[in-house]
Structure formats: C-alpha cells, structure tokens
Design a protein around this ligand. Sequence first.
Ligand code: THG
Length: 268
Amino acid sequence: MEIIGEKINATRKNIENAIRERDASFIQDLVRKQAEAGANYLDVNSGMPLYPEEEADDFAWLVPLIQEVADIPICIDSAYPLVIETALKLHQGRAMINSVNGDPKSMESIFPLAKQYECKVIALTSSREAGIPSNSTGRLKVAEKIAKEAQHHGIPLENIYFDPLVLPLSTDHKNAAVFLETLREIKASLAPARTISGLSNISYGLPKRKRVNHAFFVLAVECGMDAAILDPTDREIMAMVPVTELLMGKDPDCAEYLIAYREGRFNI
Ligand code: THG
C-alpha cells in the first residue's frame, strides 16, 4: 500500500495562510511529520489562486522547500498544466501528477509531461462529456479511454493510478458501493494499471467521520486499492494498513504485522 500524505492542501485555511505568507517552517514541519509517519508521497495543493501564474509561483517556492527536508516525491495536485510543468522542472526524482481526466484537452496536455518526466499520473474516471458517471460501467468506460490514450503516448499502464472518485454517502447511500465496484472492475480489466483514492469525502456531512473512513479504507483495499491519499499522522488509519494486508494474504509469516507491533504502531 502506498500512502500519499494529504496535509499540504490549501483548501484548509491554515495551510492557505502559510503558503500566501511564505511560512517555510510551518510547511517544512508538515513535511517532516508526514514523512516520519510513513508517507510515500506528499500531495501538494496550493488552493485556487486567481491566476495559474500565481499558483505556479507557489509551487516554485514549495517544491524545493519540501524536498530540502524529506526524500519523498511530491504528488502535484493542480488543475493547470502550466503549474504541473513548473513543479516538474524543479522536482528531483519521479513525481506523481494529480491529475488527468478523460477530456481530450486534459490528456493532450498532461500525457506528454508524464512521458517526458517519467512520472506517475492519477487519472480521474470523469470527463467534461461524461461528468462523473453514476455507475461503474460508465466510470470504467472513461478509464478504458484514458488507458488507451496513455499507451498511445508511450506511458506504461503501471504508471497510471485510476481514481474511481469518492462521492459522499450523505448525498446517495449507494456512493460507496459504486466506488468499490468500479475499483474491482478497473483492477480486473486494466491491470497492470493501479488504483488510488482520497477516501475522506465518503463521510462528508456525517457525524463521527473517522469511524466511516476507517471501515471504508479496509473495504477499498479488499477491492484492490493500491494507494490512498490520507492523513498519515492519523495513527488509527495507519494501523489499519498492516492489519488489512495481513488479512488479505499479502504478509508471509505475518512479518510486517509483527514489525508494526514491535514498533509500537498499534499503541494508539
Ligand atoms: N482524489 C485525488 N486528489 C484529491 C482527492 C481525491 N485531492 C484532494 C482530496 N481528495 C484529498 N486531500 C484532502 C486534503 C485535506 C483534507 C481532506 C482531503 C482535509 N480534511 C479535514 C482536516 O484534515 O481537517 C478533515 C479530515 C477528516 O475529518 O478526516 O482537510 O479524492 N486524486
């Protein structure tokens, strides 16, 4: 399981302030905390400045600042190719792009960058034309179109991480079921492509959100989720990683489980 730390996201007010004020130590502290907690990538989103040029300036400041303190790649979370390219030029090692979608314009601008910089790409199973399809058949169709186009650009499928998109249960009680079914179908028909998800949206509008998020995480792993965008400093959900892998039959001799135990990762 690959963990993408979600905390450097300017949709949270204190992060937005830190970025606007260029508060380096605040950001670097969040980098260290997530790296120490076991993140394999750090998602970085600088919010929605009015102009992409402004967002590109944010990334030009953020990328070296982050890489100065942690040796883990960045997951560049932006809607603008200009911003993504700016970040890729400064990034050391192989980054992840968050994201491409099924729009021809999105694929035409993102795939050449992914090819040139040899990075991984998160692919949302949505497009302007299809929206977010309400069922797994529709989402799989978008995924298949993206997979075909990626290969056309010479990008190996194992570098594509499909995100079946989590919508809140509070707006439709079938939203988790549709998501899980889509995960399973993508794994079945597009392997070696990988899957990823930002889970927390599932519980939006409900009380005791973490209770829902943790159970949802386990179900998603069972359906073939390879990577998750979450808060790695949440010890409860991080403890679910070795437990779930053990239950899935992926931990010979229970070795990783026992390491996690000895390291105190189950002492919450
Ligand atoms: N897919 C992809 N990218 C994504 C998402 C996704 N990027 C953004 C988002 N979803 C994942 N990132 C965040 C970042 C911050 C928060 C939630 C998701 C957040 N959460 C609250 C907090 O920390 O205060 C509350 C968290 C909670 O209650 O659990 O700010 O789906 N490709």
